[in-house]
Design a protein around this ligand. Structure first.
Ligand code: SME
Length: 158
C-alpha cells in the first residue's frame, strides 16, 4: 500500500526519541513543550502539524505548535473534537481518515489523518500531543507507542 510506505518505522522512531532528548536539553515546562513540537514536526515527514494542548479547567488550551499555519482551535472544551474525546477518555485516539470521523474539528484543509496522545501526570490528564498528517492513514501502533513514550518524557518536565 503506497500510503503505508511513508509511515514512521520502528528504527526511525528509536532514533527520533534519542534525538528528542538532546533537542530538549535542560528545558522544562512550556519551553520543553515548544522544543518538542518543533523537533517532532521537523523530524517526522508524516507529522505535518504538531501541537500541544494543556488542560485548563474544562478546556484544552493550545500552548505550543509547529507547522505551516496557525489553527483557530486554540481552546477546545474537553469532550469536543478528537482532542476533547482523547482528553476525556485518557487514551490515545488514531483517526485514519478525518473525513469519516464525525468528532473531527477541522483545522486545515490538507489534513487527512490525526493522532491525539494524552499526557498523564499521576493518572490525571494534564495535556496532550495533537498531530495532523496530510497523508491518509498516516499513523500506526509505532506512532502510538513512540508518542506515548514522548508523552511520558513531557509529563516528567511538565
Ligand atoms: N482536529 C482536532 C482539533 C485541533 S486541530 O487538529 C489543530 C479535533 O478534532 O479535536
Amino acid at each position: 500500500m503506497k500510503s503505508a510506505a511513508r509511515r514512521l518505522g520502528r528504527e526511525q522512531a528509536k532514533e527520533v526519541l534519542v534525538g528528542l532528548d538532546s533537542a530538549l536539553g535542560s528545558s522544562r515546562g512550556k519551553a520543553a513543550r515548544e522544543a518538542i513540537v518543533k523537533f517532532l514536526n521537523a523530524s517526522v515527514p508524516t507529522y505535518s502539524w504538531v501541537g500541544m494542548y494543556a488542560v485548563d479547567g474544562g478546556d484544552l488550551v493550545l500552548e505550543a505548535w509547529a507547522g505551516p499555519a496557525a489553527t483557530e482551535h486554540t481552546r477546545i472544551p474537553i469532550g469536543k473534537g478528537v482532542c476533547g474525546f482523547a482528553a476525556k477518555a485518557g487514551r490515545t485516539e488514531i483517526v485514519s481518515d478525518v473525513g469519516k470521523d464525525p468528532r473531527y474539528l477541522q483545522c486545515f484543509l490538507s489534513t487527512r489523518a490525526e493522532i491525539v496522545v494524552p499526557v498523564l501526570n499521576q493518572g490525571q490528564v494534564v495535556g496532550e500531543i495533537d498531530i495532523d498528517s496530510d497523508q491518509l492513514d498516516a499513523f500506526s501502533s509505532v506512532d502510538k507507542e513512540f508518542l506515548e513514550a514522548v508523552a511520558k518524557r513531557v509529563s516528567n518536565l511538565w
